[in-house]
Design a protein. Structure first.
Lengths: 491, 482, 95
């Protein structure tokens, strides 16, 4: 069994093709480790019958020579994607009992490629969080434990904490996540796996429960860069039902993985070297720089002057959009309803009981920054600063091909730490938020271990729609870093 | 020229602004592909997008954009090549998203105007803007003692909100403005203007002031759904405000409803709090951009509008203003008229359509589209009158038959032998016969009782079963009676 | 600029959230910290900068005027917490 779990997605794909393992066998293996690792709380809903049914159909196709690109590959889906006939919660109580009668475009694409659904992953409520501690369904555990903190479980990062932990614990071969300010990349870093946020518009948002419309983007969490390329190819594509979806052909991302970085110009923005940043993060960055330089890339010191304003900008824009996107959760048409004496009483009771503290906090922030008298000073101003942040990227990409930065300002911390300090929690996104605001693609690749022996990742950021180069450089970095450590927990 | 109201402290001017919500004529909704037809089964014309299910997104209907541009051209307005859709955020059960997609600062159409005719002359009423927005669903409050029922069929249907400048000064002007606007959108085919079905709704903003003074505080009367009610509401509201001010109090800026049963406006029970709609550009949509070529293409495809048509009818066909106005009010009427009048007497046609056919249709509660007599058929009746085959009087009888049976005029005339007698010799015989039968009356007439002329005409007509050519009868009688 | 309990209450009402007195106090404190932190945006000179309309820069896609959706009331109502035949129901609203 362990050798089956050792197969990454690309290898499993190959093994399935060669009939060295069947899809049903592969899925059964994963279902089994899922149930024996319940304590990690990666899944809100598991779908074993559906998984086996899909796997057997995959086997049928593989055996008749009609294999689809992802046939038989067991994956986990962040519970933010609406899945037809399967409970979908967004990690919240307010969607109590909600069973969509439709499939999100991204997951539809995956099923059309033959992938197998293991279940729906736990996540921060409505994707708001960086540690997966705001979920109505409880915190998720990172399978990694630090040496000196063996007893205390660690956070997997967030908001795609369940997805990241599942992949790192080998409770899924790959998973989908969403990234609004870092929610794929940061958990990727905390869990020692690859997390890819594509360009805004690369994946459709139709059927993906909205948090912040101008920032949300679906992406894969996987063991390797190659696996991420394979997943993205299946997930991406133009969708006429989403007005923000890019009408562009999906490249064959896998063929970009040449690992060749010779002659590439790699920018390191000096504003990402923060005062007071843990020295090991700085060291990690230097390691990454050296590796890439040795491989033939030119490292360029660049400046992106508006970087430090990215977080406060994000914490105006994202809550503002969220406050409006979450207005539909009112107890009228689906989800939780708490009866009231009158309509407003019902609305207030339902929403106050249904939403958790962080979601309420952000709705209040968002409502406030859009309200009369404050719109210009906050929301409008933030959108202008956002233009400047995007401009920083446009200018820097005239000079370099990709950027190299740390992914997160620390390694995984203990569950419960930072919970009472929202700003401290928000600072987790400091390196990931700028790329979200600009809409550019970015990947986190595990590169080394912290002094607590916990994973640390580095981030490659590329130009709009240039996932190919991001994957190429990410793959090169992955190859050179040779990160092979495994967590103590999980399968 | 404003119609002033007399109060206890002097004369007052009423200042009125109208916000009209016109449902766009289109097959599908503004941001979803569900149907827009009126009167469907509850929640059957609702897509997942309209129901605001989690993860749903809007995609704009290109026809609705074109309809808005067309309407903008019809109200002489500036078309904005760049406009933005904003979210208007508030909570209500018939607003599933918790926000309405509308346009706030940058609407698709800018300033324009309409010309109206009222009793004291023609007037231009300014229009501030026109924008596209989603309609809300319907809440039904009278089906259950403690529940309201929600039907989202209407949720997401495209509306054009047309905001007038506060240039209107009376109920009469308001009525004329609404009639003209309704006429224009029906001409253009951009809205069916059916106020009973709610495809055209009006919010009325009313304030009062002493002439020459600053604008007073206004109240908004929402969702008035007939022109008559708009006028009644204005009347009531103006008087209400005048009374309050003359009593020494201030007007509360508020939203009110018109109660047609009582002819009164009353304050809406819901919160008096000022709504903070927190408008911001909808991040699920991009700005709407199109080029002037599109606007020109739509402009070149516009039908002749009522004012232009009326002028042409007066100039080309020499119709009276009253007749021309009646004929152009509805595009269908004008088209019916031009078809029936083609190559025929224009004035006669106008009469027969405006008085006779409309009279008959109204009596039966039929619309022109449902007329049993076609334009061509009615036109042939006109021909028969013009060429003297039948008299105007006989034509009226023929018309009744045509209306009942749909039969062609000439067939009826021939079948019933109604051809006019225009042979002078034949009529002369009848005249002489009547004269000899009524010697005493003839004597009275010749002695000065001029009124008896009608009697003789009547007798001749009777003898000819109404078929004698009236003109000839008149002439010959005059001749013979002296 | 500082938020007091009254402002938080008003904002909460706009968002149809109900907070008790203790929560209002705590929330006011939290929000004040967050807004103080956000205040660093005051350092940025944004004169003559347009707000970002879209990151991708493409234009608004349009669709044809065809009825291709709707007509499935069961799907629309399948998750309704309270329904009466094919209507959603809510506590009665008095206008």
């Amino acid at each position: 069994m362990s050798s089956i779990l050792d197969l990454d997605l690309a290898s499993a794909r190959s093994a399935l093709q060669k009939k060295e393992v069947s899809a049903v066998e592969l899925t059964e293996t994963y279902l089994s480790v899922m149930s024996s690792n319940d304590h990690l709380n990666c899944y809100i809903t598991s779908t074993p019958e559906k998984a086996l049914d899909m796997a057997s159909k995959s086997d049928h196709r593989i055996n008749s020579g009609d294999a689809l690109p992802l046939d038989g590959i067991p994956i986990a889906i962040k519970d933010l994607f609406c899945t037809d006939g399967v409970l979908t919660t967004a990690g919240s109580h307010i969607l109590n009992g909600f069973i969509p009668t439709y499939e999100s475009s991204v997951t539809e694409n995956l099923w059309e490629n033959g992938a197998v659904m293991l279940g729906k992953c736990n996540m921060d409520e409505f994707a708001m969080g960086s540690a997966n501690t705001t979920s109505y369904f409880g915190a998720v555990e990172n399978p990694w434990r630090s040496d000196d903190r063996q007893k205390s479980p660690l956070v997997p990062g967030g908001s795609s904490g369940g997805s990241a932990s599942a992949v790192a614990s080998r409770l899924a071969l790959a998973a989908t996540g969403t990234d609004t300010g870092g929610s794929i990349r940061q958990p990727g870093s905390f869990c020692g796996i690859v997390g890819l946020k594509p360009t805004y518009g690369r994946c459709s948002r139709w059927g993906t429960i909205a948090f912040a419309s101008s920032l949300d983007q679906a992406g894969p969490l996987t063991r390797t860069v190659r696996d991420a390329a394979i997943m993205l190819k299946a997930m991406a594509g133009h969708d006429p039902k989403d007005s923000t979806s890019a009408n562009l052909q999906v490249p064959d991302f896998e063929s970009a993985l040449t690992n060749d970085v010779r002659g590439l110009r790699i920018g390191v923005p000096r504003e990402y070297l923060l005062d007071g940043m843990p020295s090991e993060i700085e060291k990690l960055l230097e390691t990454g720089i050296e590796m890439l330089r040795t491989a033939g890339a030119t490292i360029v010191d660049v400046s992106m002057p508006h970087t430090k304003f990215a977080l406060p900008t994000y914490y105006i824009i994202a809550p503002a959009e969220a406050s409006s996107n979450l207005a539909r959760y009112d107890g009228v048409r689906y989800g939780l309803r708490i009866e009231g004496d009158n309509l407003d009483d019902m609305y207030e009771k339902t929403r106050s009981v249904g939403f958790g503290a962080e979601v309420k906090r952000r709705i209040l922030i968002g409502t406030y920054v859009l309200s009369a008298g404050y719109y210009d000073a906050y929301y409008l101003k933030a959108q202008r600063v956002r233009s400047l942040i995007k401009q920083d990227f446009d200018l820097v990409f005239d000079n370099v091909d990709v950027l190299l930065t740390p992914t997160a300002p620390s390694d995984a911390f203990a569950i419960g730490e930072n919970d009472d300090d929202p700003i401290k929690m928000y600072l987790n996104d400091i390196f990931t938020v700028p790329a979200s605001l600009a809409g550019v693609p970015a990947i986190s690749v595990p590169v080394g271990l912290s002094k607590n022996k916990l994973p640390l990742g580095l981030q490659i950021i590329g130009k709009m729609f240039d996932e190919e180069l991001v994957l190429r450089v990410g793959g090169a970095l992955e190859g050179m870093a040779g990160f092979k450590s495994r967590p103590a927990g999980g399968a | 020229m404003a119609q002033l109201l007399k109060g206890e402290t002097g004369e007052w001017e009423i200042v009125i602004g109208l916000e009209v919500h016109a449902q766009v004529s289109s097959e599908a909704k503004l941001f979803s592909s569900a149907a827009t037809k009126f009167g469907a089964e509850p929640n059957s014309q609702v897509s997942l997008v309209d129901a605001a299910m989690p993860g749903m997104l809007p995609v704009i209907n290109k026809e609705c954009v074109r309809q808005a541009i067309k309407t903008g051209l019809g109200i002489n307005a500036k078309i904005n090549l760049f406009s933005v859709f904003d979210r208007k955020n508030y909570f209500y059960p018939d607003l599933p998203q918790g926000y309405q997609i509308s346009q706030f600062k940058q609407p698709i159409v800018g300033e324009g105007f309409l010309e109206i005719e009222v009793s004291d002359g023609a007037k231009k009423i300014g229009i501030e803007r026109l924008h596209l927005e989603q309609d809300a669903g319907k809440s039904i409050h009278d089906q259950h003692p403690s529940r309201s029922f929600i039907d989202l069929n209407r949720s997401g249907v495209a509306l054009m909100e047309i905001v007038s400048k506060p240039d209107i000064r009376s109920g009469e002007e308001a009525g004329a403005y609404l009639k003209k606007l309704r006429s224009i959108v029906r001409y253009l085919g951009t809205c069916d203007g059916n106020m009973q079905e709610g495809s055209l709704r009006c919010d009325v903003n009313v304030s009062v002031r002493k002439p020459g003074e600053e604008l007073g505080t206004r109240c908004e009367i929402k969702n008035v759904n007939s022109i008559r009610f708009v006028q009644q509401a204005i009347e009531y509201e103006a008087r209400r405000q005048i009374e309050i001010i003359e009593d020494g109090h201030l007007i509360n800026q508020e939203t009110r409803l018109f109660d047609p049963n009582r002819g009164e406006t009353r304050s809406m029970r819901s919160k008096e709090e000022a709504h903070d709609y927190r408008y911001f550009p909808d991040p699920d949509l991009l700005p709407l951009k199109f080029d002037d070529a599109l606007v020109q293409a739509i402009a070149s495809d516009m039908p002749e509008l009522p004012d232009a048509k009326r002028t042409r009818f007066i100039e080309e066909y020499e119709l009276s203003e009253a007749d021309a106005t009646l004929l152009v009010e509805e595009r269908e009427t004008a088209e019916f008229y031009e078809e029936m009048a083609a190559g025929r007497d224009k004035k006669l046609s106008a009469n027969w359509l405006g008085t006779e056919l409309f009279g008959a249709l109204n009596k039966e509660g039929l619309s022109l589209a449902e007329s049993p007599i076609t334009a061509e058929s009615l036109g042939r009746l006109i021909e028969l009158i013009s060429d003297g085959t039948i008299s105007g009087r006989i034509a009226k009888d023929v018309f009744v038959d045509m209306f009942e049976s749909g039969e062609d005029a000439l067939d009826i005339v021939e079948r019933k032998g109604l051809t006019q007698i225009s042979d002078a010799g034949a009529i002369l015989e009848l005249v002489e016969s009547v004269i000899s039968d009524n010697a005493s009356k003839v004597a009275e007439f010749r002695n000065g009782k001029d009124k008896l002329f009608g009697f003789f005409v009547g007798q001749v007509m009777k003898k000819s079963q109404g078929k004698a050519n009236p003109k000839l009868v008149n002439n010959l009688l005059k001749d013979k009676l002296g | 600029m500082s938020l007091d309990k009254g402002t938080v209450k008003r904002v909460a009402q706009l968002a149809r959230l109900r907070l008790d007195d203790e929560q209002l106090e705590k929330t006011a404190e939290e929000l004040n910290k967050i807004f103080a932190w956000i205040e660093q945006l005051d350092e940025v000179d944004v004169s003559n900068i347009e707000p970002l309309a879209s990151v991708t820069g493409h234009s608004l896609p349009e669709r044809m005027d065809e009825v291709t959706d709707g007509n499935y009331p069961d799907r629309v109502l399948s998750n309704a917490p309270d329904r009466a035949s094919n209507f959603f129901t809510v506590p009665k609203v008095v206008e």
